[in-house]
Unconditional design. Sequence first.
Length: 331
Amino acid sequence: GYCTKARSLGLFPAIKPVGPRYRWARMESTNRQQWRKDKGKMVVIMGVTGSGKSRLSIDLATRFPAEVINSDKMQVYKGLDITTNKMPMHERLGVPHHLLGVVDSSYGEFSPSDYRLFGASVISSICARRRLPLVVGGSNSFIYALLSDRFNPDSDGLNSVSADLRYNCCFLWVDVSLTVLYEYLSQRVDDMLAAGMVEELAEFYDPEAESDPKRDQVGIRKAIGVPEFDRYFRKFPPGGHFRSTDIERDGARRELFEEAVKAIKDNTNQLAKRQLKKIMRLRSAGWDLRRLDATEAFRAVLASDTGKSSEIWEEELLGPSVKIVNRFLEE
Ligand code: ATP
């Protein structure tokens, strides 16, 4: 049941129910009216991997009383913080984040149905605190599972989507031209490597998975980086003695390493492309996504002009988003 699952996920402290009747009785009548009006209102930030959703979420959460609910299906798990690109604590600026790094890999697969169940519970606890839920992440199957009015766990992916939602949502879609994004993503992978991605994956490496290929297909083991580096670690196990005098082996090692890095970059680009298709599918099904174009901001980043990039970001992303959210909250 829900309680056993929640306990095994360590979710209890975060989503402990807070007596709604008691709060209701204590509320001023004008507040009650506002409460009724805002009930079920939330903001959803969509966009492909690397598009800047997290940045926008912190920008908004520091201007509105919001709490973030992660909707990246790899970031719900504990571990592999660099590989899955979890936002480090110091960048969250004190904004509470939910369903981020909470699921233990022993839990198995955290399914869209699980996400729907726990997400709903987190949303009601955020609403009970009279704060704004901010759903942020690139896994569109999770977003769909959470928001759709009638979710069928047996339906295959996003093949038949409906526009009937169980919450009152304001959708912000951070869009970046794919060609510009690919260049940025390649740099991001290099940055992740420099930040210790290989060391993180080495610690995570499970030689047993070799004899059981299915192990690779569960939960966080699906994260881009894990299967790609498996081949490398199989040949050059972490901690194994490496003789740098062995030139031939060194060459083979470097080749296999570069192959893994290239596979990670290719697969990240493929992921972005697939995610974009899913966003378009939701949009054509009638989801009212407000598109914000981050392409120029990314071009400036690639040209190492961070000052200009911040300026464009404020003008084209942040300013319009704040306006949209304000209008939505006033409705
Ligand atoms: P799908 O139905 O294809 O899983 P989805 O919308 O549910 O799509 P996506 O976020 O597009 O979820 O993730 C698809 C796959 O991309 C994941 O199973 C994983 O392999 C990889 N992936 C997604 N997010 C990350 C991440 N943060 N880090 C590493 N790999 C990721």
